[in-house]
Design a protein around this ligand. Structure first.
Ligand SMILES: Cc1ncc(COP(=O)(O)O)c(C=O)c1O
Length: 425
């Protein structure tokens, strides 16, 4: 485990969760794959079966029947959306607080993304989902943003009642749970990311899980060459799915590293959760400061703290003042920011969406005749007034495993001082 030096002026360490815990185990496992000269998961001189082991780990952890590793969370979303049979004529509902890949998976499949409000959990607002769900809705994407769960109970119930497929995006909340049940075990399907800044990392990587045989076969085929494989790992010409795949397998090198990381998942998330709970408890004492509503604090995977302030002006001032006082990971770091500055996580920062760019010069999916019904749907700031208001008043603090109780206390103290200067005392 490395321990980067913490500058005196910068109180937010900049290590990412999974990578901070890279140690001898990862080095040994990757070396084993290289010494075996077997970096491909389906055959090799001396195959180590690391990809199989990671899939087994998640099947068991989540109580799922099917798991397939892919090479990114973006790839996982594409596979899940393809397995859900989304195409022209369909809409997929998702919250406006998201990542660009959530939108692009739907757009590239030829479907139309429709945006739903978030509430003070910073995940999909079930009431707005209820208002917007329609006969066009092929799937709902519940994104467990910023480390903690969305309203899985209500949203599962709404999807069941409307007979609509629920896909959980657990990219930012690997290791999180809701009342003891791991996220990723609620929807018809769920995806994960193992990219560098995630709770467990292989540099890049993703996973799709499901229970039904049909979704499992389809997810496998789309992540592969469009067909499932036989017991010997060969592409099966008699596959129950015969379609077109994207060949987004994970290599054994990545899987070897990933298996070591996922074995440390409780350690990684437990470390962050302790800091996160200390920060929430301390910052929550400041008059006017409202911590994110977390439906199950014990199940928060810990990498973020979100605090909402009475006005946008107070939020801007407090972020500027606390950053100037050292609550930042270096001068340009994004560890303590207003949420409006959170880039492509905010729907109205995505130009391709606002300008409805197509995936090709024909302008698909917007120009597709089967999407004629969607011609009046547009995307602009103001589309989700509840979310727009919330994020203008909210600051986001990244929680590195490298924090310490002393650093957390110092951050709380600085926030309290700055709040008092702004009349919040
Ligand atoms: C909510 C969400 N979904 C999907 C992804 C895509 O994952 P990846 O970066 O592995 O492609 C991310 C990545 O940050 C994400 O935050």
């Amino acid at each position: 485990m490395t321990s980067a030096a913490i500058s005196e002026e910068t109180l937010l360490p900049y290590e990412w969760p999974g990578s901070y815990f890279i140690g001898e185990e990862e080095i040994d496992a990757v070396t084993k794959v290289l010494l075996a000269r077997s970096p491909y998961r389906f055959y090799g001189h001396d195959l180590q079966h690391y990809a199989d082991q990671v899939e087994d780990f998640y099947r068991e952890r989540l109580g799922r029947k099917n798991a397939v590793l892919v090479n990114s969370g973006t790839g996982a979303l594409s596979v899940a959306i393809a397995a859900a049979d989304v195409g022209p004529g369909d809409e997929v509902l998702m919250p406006g607080y998201l990542w660009v890949a959530c939108l692009s998976a739907v757009v590239r499949a030829g479907g139309i993304p429709r945006l739903v409000e978030i509430d003070d959990t910073f995940t999909m607002d079930p009431d707005d989902l209820e208002r917007k769900i329609s006969p066009r809705t092929k799937a709902v994407l519940l994104i467990h943003m910023s480390g903690a769960c969305g309203n899985v109970e209500k949203i599962t119930e709404i999807c069941k009642r409307h007979n609509v497929l629920l896909i959980e995006d657990t990219a930012q909340a690997n290791g999180a749970s809701f009342h003891g049940k791991p996220l990723g075990s609620f929807g018809d399907m769920a995806i994960f990311s193992f990219q560098y800044n995630k709770n467990a990392t292989a540099g890049e990587g993703g996973l799709v899980v499901s229970d039904s045989e049909d979704l499992g076969n389809r997810a496998w085929a789309y992540h592969d060459v469009g067909y499932t494989r036989n017991a010997k790992g060969r592409v099966d010409p008699g596959s129950p799915v015969q379609s077109w795949g994207q060949c987004t397998h994970m290599s054994e090198v990545s899987a070897a590293m990933l298996l070591q990381q996922v074995k440390k998942l409780e350690l990684i998330t437990g470390t962050m959760r302790r800091h996160n709970q200390q920060l929430y408890a301390g910052l929550g004492q400041i008059p006017g400061a409202k911590p994110r509503r977390i439906l199950d604090p014990a199940g928060d995977s810990g990498p973020f703290v979100l605090i909402t302030w009475p006005t946008a002006e107070i939020c801007e001032n407090i972020v500027n003042m606390t950053r100037a006082a050292g609550v930042r990971p270096g001068p340009d770091g994004i560890g303590n920011i207003r949420m409006t500055d959170w880039g492509m996580h905010i729907y109205y920062n995505n130009v391709s969406l606002l300008e409805k760019h197509g995936v090709n010069s024909a302008g698909r999916p917007w120009s597709d005749p089967l999407n004629e019904w969607a011609k009046d749907i547009d995307y602009h700031k103001g589309l989700l007034p509840q979310m727009d208001d919330l994020i203008e008043r909210t600051c986001l603090i990244t929680v590195s495993p490298q924090l310490t109780p002393e650093l957390c206390d110092r951050i709380i103290e600085i926030y309290k001082d700055c709040a008092a200067k702004l009349g919040l005392s």
